[in-house]
Design a protein around this ligand. Structure first.
Ligand SMILES: Cc1ncc(COP(=O)(O)O)c(C=O)c1O
Length: 370
Protein backbone atom coordinates (compact mmCIF):
# COMPACT_ATOMS: atom_id res chain seq x y z
CA UNK A 1 0.00 0.00 0.00
CA UNK A 2 1.26 3.49 -0.74
CA UNK A 3 2.85 5.26 2.16
CA UNK A 4 0.32 7.64 3.60
CA UNK A 5 1.75 10.66 5.39
CA UNK A 6 0.94 10.65 9.09
CA UNK A 7 -1.14 13.54 10.42
CA UNK A 8 -1.38 14.30 14.11
CA UNK A 9 -5.07 14.81 14.85
CA UNK A 10 -5.58 16.58 18.15
CA UNK A 11 -9.32 16.90 17.50
CA UNK A 12 -11.40 14.43 19.54
CA UNK A 13 -11.99 11.96 16.73
CA UNK A 14 -12.15 10.80 14.05
CA UNK A 15 -8.73 9.99 15.43
CA UNK A 16 -5.27 9.37 14.08
CA UNK A 17 -5.21 5.67 13.17
CA UNK A 18 -2.37 3.19 12.80
CA UNK A 19 -1.01 2.31 9.37
CA UNK A 20 -2.37 -1.23 9.92
CA UNK A 21 -5.91 0.02 10.59
CA UNK A 22 -5.74 2.08 7.39
CA UNK A 23 -4.47 -0.94 5.47
CA UNK A 24 -7.22 -3.16 6.89
CA UNK A 25 -9.71 -1.24 4.75
CA UNK A 26 -8.13 -2.44 1.53
CA UNK A 27 -9.80 -5.84 1.22
CA UNK A 28 -11.09 -7.99 -1.58
CA UNK A 29 -14.66 -7.15 -2.57
CA UNK A 30 -17.13 -9.11 -0.47
CA UNK A 31 -20.90 -9.16 -0.27
CA UNK A 32 -21.84 -8.31 3.32
CA UNK A 33 -24.55 -10.99 3.22
CA UNK A 34 -21.88 -13.73 3.03
CA UNK A 35 -21.30 -15.89 6.12
CA UNK A 36 -17.60 -14.93 6.31
CA UNK A 37 -18.50 -11.30 6.74
CA UNK A 38 -21.25 -12.14 9.27
CA UNK A 39 -18.78 -14.11 11.37
CA UNK A 40 -16.41 -11.18 11.40
CA UNK A 41 -19.20 -8.81 12.53
CA UNK A 42 -20.21 -11.28 15.21
CA UNK A 43 -16.68 -11.36 16.59
CA UNK A 44 -16.67 -7.55 16.69
CA UNK A 45 -19.96 -7.52 18.59
CA UNK A 46 -18.59 -9.94 21.20
CA UNK A 47 -15.39 -8.00 21.65
CA UNK A 48 -17.17 -4.67 21.99
CA UNK A 49 -18.86 -6.04 25.12
CA UNK A 50 -15.63 -7.62 26.36
CA UNK A 51 -13.92 -4.22 26.33
CA UNK A 52 -16.28 -3.00 29.07
CA UNK A 53 -16.32 -6.35 30.91
CA UNK A 54 -20.00 -7.00 30.24
CA UNK A 55 -19.91 -10.39 28.54
CA UNK A 56 -22.25 -12.06 31.05
CA UNK A 57 -24.66 -9.18 31.38
CA UNK A 58 -24.76 -7.13 28.18
CA UNK A 59 -25.25 -7.46 24.43
CA UNK A 60 -23.92 -5.19 21.68
CA UNK A 61 -25.74 -4.06 18.57
CA UNK A 62 -24.23 -2.07 15.72
CA UNK A 63 -25.68 0.44 13.28
CA UNK A 64 -24.24 2.18 10.24
CA UNK A 65 -24.08 5.77 11.46
CA UNK A 66 -22.01 8.36 13.24
CA UNK A 67 -22.20 8.48 17.03
CA UNK A 68 -25.47 10.37 17.16
CA UNK A 69 -27.22 7.45 15.43
CA UNK A 70 -26.38 5.26 18.43
CA UNK A 71 -27.81 7.84 20.83
CA UNK A 72 -30.93 7.93 18.68
CA UNK A 73 -31.18 4.13 18.79
CA UNK A 74 -30.80 3.99 22.57
CA UNK A 75 -33.16 6.83 23.42
CA UNK A 76 -35.90 5.98 20.93
CA UNK A 77 -35.79 2.26 21.70
CA UNK A 78 -35.50 2.50 25.49
CA UNK A 79 -37.91 5.14 26.73
CA UNK A 80 -41.44 3.72 26.85
CA UNK A 81 -44.33 5.76 25.44
CA UNK A 82 -45.66 8.20 28.04
CA UNK A 83 -42.47 8.14 30.15
CA UNK A 84 -39.86 10.84 30.64
CA UNK A 85 -36.10 11.07 30.30
CA UNK A 86 -33.94 13.15 32.63
CA UNK A 87 -30.88 14.52 30.84
CA UNK A 88 -27.78 15.83 32.61
CA UNK A 89 -26.83 18.69 30.35
CA UNK A 90 -23.46 20.24 31.12
CA UNK A 91 -22.13 20.32 27.58
CA UNK A 92 -23.22 20.34 23.95
CA UNK A 93 -23.58 16.55 23.86
CA UNK A 94 -26.03 16.61 26.77
CA UNK A 95 -28.03 19.20 24.83
CA UNK A 96 -27.86 16.98 21.75
CA UNK A 97 -29.65 14.21 23.68
CA UNK A 98 -32.31 16.70 24.81
CA UNK A 99 -32.94 17.78 21.21
CA UNK A 100 -32.93 14.21 20.03
CA UNK A 101 -35.54 13.11 22.58
CA UNK A 102 -37.69 16.17 21.85
CA UNK A 103 -37.62 15.38 18.13
CA UNK A 104 -39.39 12.13 18.94
CA UNK A 105 -41.84 13.85 21.31
CA UNK A 106 -40.28 12.19 24.34
CA UNK A 107 -40.84 14.34 27.41
CA UNK A 108 -37.53 15.61 28.76
CA UNK A 109 -36.64 16.80 32.24
CA UNK A 110 -33.56 18.95 31.75
CA UNK A 111 -30.84 19.33 34.36
CA UNK A 112 -29.34 22.33 32.65
CA UNK A 113 -25.94 23.61 33.66
CA UNK A 114 -23.52 26.06 32.15
CA UNK A 115 -21.18 24.09 29.87
CA UNK A 116 -18.25 23.28 32.13
CA UNK A 117 -20.10 23.16 35.48
CA UNK A 118 -19.94 19.97 37.49
CA UNK A 119 -23.23 18.15 38.16
CA UNK A 120 -24.62 18.37 41.68
CA UNK A 121 -25.95 15.00 42.84
CA UNK A 122 -28.45 16.59 45.24
CA UNK A 123 -30.02 18.46 42.36
CA UNK A 124 -30.22 15.31 40.28
CA UNK A 125 -31.85 13.55 43.20
CA UNK A 126 -34.43 16.27 43.66
CA UNK A 127 -35.31 16.11 39.93
CA UNK A 128 -35.74 12.35 40.19
CA UNK A 129 -37.82 12.74 43.34
CA UNK A 130 -40.04 15.56 42.15
CA UNK A 131 -40.87 14.41 38.63
CA UNK A 132 -43.28 11.55 38.28
CA UNK A 133 -42.73 9.25 35.31
CA UNK A 134 -38.96 9.44 34.74
CA UNK A 135 -38.01 6.02 33.37
CA UNK A 136 -34.54 6.95 32.08
CA UNK A 137 -31.62 9.20 32.88
CA UNK A 138 -29.09 10.12 30.20
CA UNK A 139 -25.59 11.41 30.89
CA UNK A 140 -22.38 11.91 28.93
CA UNK A 141 -19.39 10.14 30.51
CA UNK A 142 -16.66 12.27 28.97
CA UNK A 143 -18.24 15.56 27.91
CA UNK A 144 -16.18 16.35 24.84
CA UNK A 145 -17.30 19.99 24.94
CA UNK A 146 -15.12 20.69 27.97
CA UNK A 147 -13.06 17.58 28.76
CA UNK A 148 -15.10 16.94 31.89
CA UNK A 149 -15.45 13.45 33.29
CA UNK A 150 -18.94 13.26 34.76
CA UNK A 151 -19.50 11.16 37.92
CA UNK A 152 -21.27 8.30 36.14
CA UNK A 153 -20.98 5.75 38.94
CA UNK A 154 -22.68 8.04 41.44
CA UNK A 155 -25.30 9.08 38.90
CA UNK A 156 -26.09 5.43 38.07
CA UNK A 157 -26.44 4.59 41.79
CA UNK A 158 -28.80 7.51 42.29
CA UNK A 159 -30.90 6.79 39.20
CA UNK A 160 -31.33 3.18 40.23
CA UNK A 161 -32.56 4.22 43.67
CA UNK A 162 -35.41 5.92 41.81
CA UNK A 163 -35.92 3.01 39.38
CA UNK A 164 -34.61 4.94 36.40
CA UNK A 165 -32.49 3.13 33.81
CA UNK A 166 -29.31 4.86 32.70
CA UNK A 167 -28.13 5.69 29.17
CA UNK A 168 -24.46 6.68 29.13
CA UNK A 169 -22.92 8.42 26.12
CA UNK A 170 -19.36 7.05 26.19
CA UNK A 171 -18.53 8.27 22.71
CA UNK A 172 -15.18 9.79 23.61
CA UNK A 173 -14.22 7.61 26.59
CA UNK A 174 -14.95 4.00 25.56
CA UNK A 175 -11.70 2.04 25.01
CA UNK A 176 -9.72 5.02 26.31
CA UNK A 177 -10.76 5.33 29.94
CA UNK A 178 -11.20 1.88 31.53
CA UNK A 179 -14.90 1.15 32.07
CA UNK A 180 -16.50 -1.75 33.93
CA UNK A 181 -20.14 -1.64 32.89
CA UNK A 182 -21.09 -4.19 35.54
CA UNK A 183 -19.84 -1.86 38.30
CA UNK A 184 -21.76 1.07 36.86
CA UNK A 185 -24.64 -1.33 36.31
CA UNK A 186 -25.61 0.97 33.40
CA UNK A 187 -28.42 -0.21 31.15
CA UNK A 188 -27.16 1.39 27.91
CA UNK A 189 -23.73 2.56 26.75
CA UNK A 190 -23.06 4.10 23.35
CA UNK A 191 -19.83 4.65 21.44
CA UNK A 192 -18.54 4.76 17.88
CA UNK A 193 -15.80 3.22 15.77
CA UNK A 194 -13.72 6.34 15.31
CA UNK A 195 -12.71 7.60 18.74
CA UNK A 196 -10.64 5.87 21.46
CA UNK A 197 -11.08 2.47 19.80
CA UNK A 198 -9.06 4.02 16.96
CA UNK A 199 -11.02 2.72 13.96
CA UNK A 200 -12.62 4.59 11.06
CA UNK A 201 -15.93 6.52 11.24
CA UNK A 202 -19.11 4.79 10.09
CA UNK A 203 -20.20 2.32 12.77
CA UNK A 204 -21.87 3.05 16.08
CA UNK A 205 -22.72 0.56 18.77
CA UNK A 206 -25.09 0.33 21.70
CA UNK A 207 -24.18 -2.01 24.55
CA UNK A 208 -27.28 -2.85 26.58
CA UNK A 209 -28.38 -5.18 29.38
CA UNK A 210 -29.47 -8.52 27.92
CA UNK A 211 -32.76 -8.71 29.78
CA UNK A 212 -33.95 -5.40 28.28
CA UNK A 213 -34.43 -6.88 24.83
CA UNK A 214 -37.94 -8.14 25.52
CA UNK A 215 -38.84 -4.96 27.38
CA UNK A 216 -38.08 -2.72 24.38
CA UNK A 217 -39.60 -5.03 21.77
CA UNK A 218 -42.66 -2.88 21.14
CA UNK A 219 -41.37 0.65 21.76
CA UNK A 220 -40.80 1.27 18.04
CA UNK A 221 -40.26 4.93 17.33
CA UNK A 222 -37.63 4.60 14.64
CA UNK A 223 -37.51 2.25 11.68
CA UNK A 224 -33.76 2.33 11.06
CA UNK A 225 -32.51 2.75 14.64
CA UNK A 226 -34.62 0.10 16.33
CA UNK A 227 -32.40 -1.91 18.71
CA UNK A 228 -34.78 -4.87 18.95
CA UNK A 229 -35.10 -5.34 15.18
CA UNK A 230 -31.43 -4.78 14.49
CA UNK A 231 -30.26 -7.15 17.23
CA UNK A 232 -32.72 -9.98 16.64
CA UNK A 233 -32.35 -9.63 12.86
CA UNK A 234 -28.61 -10.19 13.21
CA UNK A 235 -29.14 -13.15 15.58
CA UNK A 236 -31.38 -14.80 12.98
CA UNK A 237 -29.46 -14.06 9.79
CA UNK A 238 -25.90 -13.10 10.75
CA UNK A 239 -26.45 -9.95 8.71
CA UNK A 240 -27.09 -6.32 9.51
CA UNK A 241 -30.54 -5.29 8.30
CA UNK A 242 -29.22 -2.52 6.08
CA UNK A 243 -25.96 -2.16 4.13
CA UNK A 244 -23.00 -2.07 6.53
CA UNK A 245 -19.84 -0.05 5.79
CA UNK A 246 -17.82 -3.12 4.85
CA UNK A 247 -14.34 -1.59 4.84
CA UNK A 248 -14.99 0.33 8.06
CA UNK A 249 -15.91 -2.97 9.74
CA UNK A 250 -12.61 -4.55 8.68
CA UNK A 251 -10.77 -1.54 10.06
CA UNK A 252 -12.70 -1.85 13.32
CA UNK A 253 -11.79 -5.55 13.56
CA UNK A 254 -8.10 -4.61 13.31
CA UNK A 255 -8.50 -1.68 15.70
CA UNK A 256 -10.03 -3.99 18.31
CA UNK A 257 -7.20 -6.51 17.87
CA UNK A 258 -4.73 -3.69 18.42
CA UNK A 259 -6.65 -2.58 21.52
CA UNK A 260 -6.31 -6.04 23.08
CA UNK A 261 -2.61 -6.17 22.21
CA UNK A 262 -2.04 -2.77 23.82
CA UNK A 263 -4.33 -3.81 26.76
CA UNK A 264 -6.80 -1.69 28.67
CA UNK A 265 -4.18 -0.32 31.06
CA UNK A 266 -1.61 0.12 28.28
CA UNK A 267 -3.96 2.33 26.30
CA UNK A 268 -4.98 4.36 29.31
CA UNK A 269 -1.36 4.83 30.42
CA UNK A 270 -0.40 6.05 26.93
CA UNK A 271 -3.29 8.53 26.84
CA UNK A 272 -2.52 9.71 30.36
CA UNK A 273 1.18 10.19 29.60
CA UNK A 274 0.36 12.14 26.43
CA UNK A 275 -2.12 14.24 28.37
CA UNK A 276 0.43 15.04 31.08
CA UNK A 277 3.07 16.08 28.54
CA UNK A 278 0.50 18.23 26.75
CA UNK A 279 -0.82 19.79 29.95
CA UNK A 280 2.63 20.65 31.31
CA UNK A 281 3.88 21.91 27.96
CA UNK A 282 0.88 24.20 27.47
CA UNK A 283 1.11 25.50 31.03
CA UNK A 284 4.79 26.36 30.53
CA UNK A 285 3.85 28.28 27.35
CA UNK A 286 1.43 30.39 29.41
CA UNK A 287 -1.91 28.74 28.54
CA UNK A 288 -4.68 28.32 31.11
CA UNK A 289 -7.38 25.67 31.30
CA UNK A 290 -11.15 25.69 31.68
CA UNK A 291 -11.47 22.93 34.27
CA UNK A 292 -9.76 22.14 37.55
CA UNK A 293 -7.55 19.04 37.46
CA UNK A 294 -9.87 16.78 39.44
CA UNK A 295 -12.69 17.18 36.86
CA UNK A 296 -10.46 16.36 33.87
CA UNK A 297 -11.02 13.28 31.72
CA UNK A 298 -7.31 13.42 30.80
CA UNK A 299 -8.38 12.77 27.21
CA UNK A 300 -9.17 16.32 26.16
CA UNK A 301 -8.18 19.77 27.34
CA UNK A 302 -10.36 22.85 26.90
CA UNK A 303 -7.83 25.67 26.85
CA UNK A 304 -8.79 29.27 27.44
CA UNK A 305 -8.27 31.44 24.37
CA UNK A 306 -5.14 33.42 25.30
CA UNK A 307 -4.86 37.18 25.23
CA UNK A 308 -1.41 37.05 23.55
CA UNK A 309 -0.91 39.98 21.13
CA UNK A 310 -1.52 38.98 17.47
CA UNK A 311 -3.07 35.63 18.52
CA UNK A 312 -6.08 34.24 16.73
CA UNK A 313 -7.36 30.67 16.76
CA UNK A 314 -7.53 30.66 12.97
CA UNK A 315 -3.94 31.79 12.47
CA UNK A 316 -2.74 29.24 15.05
CA UNK A 317 -4.82 26.52 13.39
CA UNK A 318 -3.49 27.29 9.92
CA UNK A 319 0.15 27.50 11.07
CA UNK A 320 -0.12 24.10 12.80
CA UNK A 321 -2.24 22.47 10.09
CA UNK A 322 0.33 23.30 7.41
CA UNK A 323 2.88 21.46 9.56
CA UNK A 324 0.78 18.31 10.08
CA UNK A 325 -1.04 19.07 13.35
CA UNK A 326 -4.82 19.50 13.50
CA UNK A 327 -6.31 21.42 16.43
CA UNK A 328 -9.95 21.99 17.30
CA UNK A 329 -12.09 25.03 18.15
CA UNK A 330 -14.26 25.37 21.27
CA UNK A 331 -17.93 24.41 21.48
CA UNK A 332 -19.81 26.92 23.61
CA UNK A 333 -18.12 26.30 26.98
CA UNK A 334 -18.61 28.88 29.71
CA UNK A 335 -15.41 30.67 28.64
CA UNK A 336 -13.93 31.02 25.14
CA UNK A 337 -11.74 27.98 24.60
CA UNK A 338 -10.10 25.83 21.99
CA UNK A 339 -9.62 22.09 22.44
CA UNK A 340 -6.85 19.54 22.15
CA UNK A 341 -7.39 15.83 22.55
CA UNK A 342 -4.92 12.98 22.96
CA UNK A 343 -7.29 10.24 21.79
CA UNK A 344 -6.04 8.17 18.87
CA UNK A 345 -2.77 6.56 17.85
CA UNK A 346 -0.61 9.32 19.29
CA UNK A 347 2.70 8.90 21.05
CA UNK A 348 4.98 10.93 23.30
CA UNK A 349 7.07 12.26 20.40
CA UNK A 350 3.93 13.46 18.55
CA UNK A 351 2.93 15.59 21.52
CA UNK A 352 6.47 16.90 21.99
CA UNK A 353 6.71 17.79 18.30
CA UNK A 354 3.34 19.52 18.52
CA UNK A 355 4.48 21.60 21.49
CA UNK A 356 7.64 22.65 19.62
CA UNK A 357 5.57 23.74 16.64
CA UNK A 358 3.17 25.63 18.87
CA UNK A 359 6.09 27.39 20.51
CA UNK A 360 7.33 28.43 17.06
CA UNK A 361 3.91 29.87 16.27
CA UNK A 362 3.89 31.82 19.54
CA UNK A 363 7.38 33.15 18.81
CA UNK A 364 6.25 34.19 15.35
CA UNK A 365 3.25 36.18 16.58
CA UNK A 366 5.31 37.77 19.36
CA UNK A 367 7.84 39.12 16.89
CA UNK A 368 5.21 40.35 14.41
CA UNK A 369 5.24 44.11 13.87
CA UNK A 370 1.81 45.55 14.58
C1 LIG B 1 -19.73 12.95 23.76
C2 LIG B 1 -20.15 12.82 22.34
N1 LIG B 1 -21.39 12.39 22.05
C3 LIG B 1 -21.81 12.22 20.80
C4 LIG B 1 -20.97 12.47 19.73
C5 LIG B 1 -21.48 12.09 18.37
O1 LIG B 1 -21.21 12.89 17.34
P1 LIG B 1 -21.23 12.36 15.83
O2 LIG B 1 -22.61 11.94 15.51
O3 LIG B 1 -20.80 13.58 15.12
O4 LIG B 1 -20.27 11.22 15.70
C6 LIG B 1 -19.69 12.96 19.96
C7 LIG B 1 -18.78 13.32 18.86
O5 LIG B 1 -17.81 13.99 18.99
C8 LIG B 1 -19.25 13.12 21.30
O6 LIG B 1 -18.01 13.54 21.58
Amino acid sequence: MKNISRKILLNPGPATTTQTVKEAMVVEDICPREKDFGKMLDSIKDDLVKIVHGVDTHHAVMFTASGTGGLEAAITSAVPKGKKILVVENGAYGTRMVKLAETFNIEVVRYQLTYGDYPDLDQIESLLKNNVGISHLAVVHHETTTGMLNPVQKICDLAHQYNAEVIVDCMSSYAGIPIDITKWDAEYLISSSNKCIQGMPGLVFVIFKKHLLEKIKDTKRSFYFDIYNQFTGFEKTGQMQFTPPVQVAYALRTAIDEYFIETESGRWNRYEENYTILFEGLASLGFEFLLPDHQQSKILLAIKEPAFPNYSFDSMHDYLYERGFTIYPGKGAKEATFRLSVLGDLHKKDIEDFLKCLEEYLFKIKTLKN
